[in-house]
Design a protein. Sequence first.
Length: 218
Amino acid sequence: MKFFIDTANLSDIQEAADLGILDGVTTNPSLMAKEGISGDQAVKDHYVKICELVDGDVSAEVISTDFEGIVQEGEVLAQLAPNIVVKVPMIRDGVKALRHFYDHGIRTNCTLVFSPGQAILAAKAGATYLSPFIGRIDDITWDGMSLIREIAEIYAIQGYETEILAASIRSSKHIVESAKSGADVITAPLKPILGLLNHPLTDIGLAKFLADHKKANA
Ligand code: E4P
């Protein structure tokens, strides 16, 4: 399973990259706004900076919601760097655009996916990645992880090549459950990724090893 970081924060991206486990980055307009990035050129410059930090796919989201606008924006974004993946919302014109990008060799991430039907459409349209939003489904007391399992089953039966990118991850547990449920990729903020490191028995065990070593070498 690939690990993407879900942020536009350059120091978080660098920290995850330094850990040696980072395969890519996802962003969205809210994450860009959170970093205070505004204006067309500033957004593009920021994507270029992210692409320079990461040796892997970087999802850059379009703002347009009509076919022509999505295509125009996506083509500009795709030219910023070879590792840009154009992020397209799961709407009618988005599906048309996914097919257009597929036919023109531009890789895509279909975002805002909340149902198996949407997942089938995106795969049929040739999306490279599919982003089901686990956390937002859990937020309304439904079960985000069962959506990942359902999509993984459908994609395996149908032989779809679109990669399942579990998104809207809120916890380290979500990452582990995504791995068990058949996600090809997770995208998460830095905190849940680093949370995977933690276990009290590791801390206790290490403290004992170091104490015994100190005693033996006193
Ligand atoms: C990633 O591609 C999504 O935009 C992101 O995971 C959404 O996460 P959120 O539900 O925490 O905003």
